[in-house]
Design a protein around this ligand. Structure first.
Ligand code: PDD
Length: 281
């Protein structure tokens, strides 16, 4: 395996950044994850646009042209021989003596790219059964629309889920409404059969998979509302699932131990997973 680090492809085992990288010291950086299907990067432009927005919001300089970055992403996928999996990109504010304010102008941002395969059979088996979700308080900052590498609350939430035998944690705000998953967007088919996911005016990430699904349902005529749902509504829902690069559309079959529907992936969830995978492939 190889990784791209600041201009060179290095063996994965010794692909390192400096100890004074601001990503390491301050989580002063952003990232993106693309799904790879048949060697192709899914929702390519949407992720690229969000990357530029994240960089812009944090005033991290654009490290290289879009074309050059595209080339690096594709080359990393190629060199790792990934057909199905994910490619990860991280851009930080660069390396400088540790000091909170931004480093001197002209400090080059750090750029790292890795890629890994996700065995399709295993992913399909997981999705066929569906997974458990638990809820956790959302203790994150007020700019979750920016895809920063500052993910400690997400890490703690995901770990809490795993320790309870669940696959994902859904984070809950002070009103008792689900914000999103620790690394995914949360959806339900509510009691009335309406597909729902939280609006992006709220403090959540605008998922690229979420956006792709919204496009797909336009053509399907699924009844949909962009409105937050409570934990109680989720537990009473007919179906539940979550979306992200690498997870695609993953059925949730229980929430905090409460069975959703009949405890199996629901028909709308399965349909959306198929539709998403079809158009991505
Ligand atoms: N996570 N919400 C959060 C908090 C996320 O971290 C992610 C993605 C999503 C879904 O976004 P998208 O559909 O664009 O992947 C929603 C990536 C995959 C990760 O952290 O690995």
């Amino acid at each position: 395996r190889v990784a791209y680090v600041n201009g060179t492809y290095r063996p994965h085992g010794d692909a390192t950044v400096h100890v004074e990288d601001r990503g390491f010291q301050f989580a002063d950086g952003v990232y993106e994850v693309w799904s790879i299907f048949d060697g192709r990067l899914a929702d390519f432009d949407a992720h690229m646009t969000r990357l530029h927005r994240s960089l812009n919001e944090l005033r991290i300089p654009i490290p290289m042209t879009r074309e050059a970055l595209t080339q690096v992403l594709k080359e990393t996928v190629r060199r790792n021989r990934v057909r199905d999996g994910i490619v990860y990109l991280q851009v930080t504010r660069g390396t400088a003596r540790r000091d909170h304010p931004f480093p001197a102008e002209g400090t080059p941002p750090s750029v790292v790219v890795t890629a890994k395969s996700i065995p399709q059979a295993k992913a399909e088996a997981t999705a066929a059964k569906g997974v458990a979700v638990v809820t956790q308080p959302d203790i994150r900052w007020g700019r979750c629309d920016i895809k920063t590498v500052g993910l400690l609350p997400n890490v703690l939430a995901k770990q809490a889920a795993r320790e309870r035998g669940a696959y994902e944690a859904w984070m809950v705000d002070e009103m008792g409404l689900v914000t999103e998953g620790s690394s995914t967007n949360a959806w339900i088919v509510d009691e009335n059969g309406k597909l729902r996911t939280r609006d992006t005016q709220a403090n959540i990430l605008r998922g690229c998979t979420r956006a792709a699904i919204l496009e797909l349902i336009k053509e399907e005529g699924v009844e949909f509302e962009e409105r937050a749902f409570s934990v109680d509504e989720a537990k009473r829902a007919k179906e539940a699932f979550f979306t992200a690069a690498g997870a695609w559309v993953m059925p949730a079959v229980s929430i905090d131990g409460v069975k959703i529907g009949n405890g199996k992936p629901g028909p709308i969830t399965k349909k959306l997973r198929e539709l998403y995978l079809d158009q991505a492939r």
